[in-house]
Write a new protein. Structure first.
Length: 63
């Protein structure tokens, strides 16, 4: 298990320093943040839509 953690940390350190990777991540997060509010506007009752989807997926409702 320690080898896996050490391997992950080594790869994560290299990836975190990769400026091109960070640019892509920031770009994609920016695109996501721009379109999510538009997607939510299609539901007049967002919480009701979430509950309905949970029921359709067979997941319990969180209270």
């Amino acid at each position: 298990m320690k080898e896996t953690l050490a391997n992950f940390m080594a790869k994560a350190t290299v990836k975190a320093a990769d400026k091109e990777h960070r640019r892509k991540i920031k770009f994609n997060i920016g695109k996501y943040n721009a379109v999510v509010p538009n997607g939510k506007q299609q539901f007049s009752e967002l919480e009701l839509a979430r509950k309905g989807q949970r029921i359709l997926n067979g997941k319990p409702l969180k209270r």
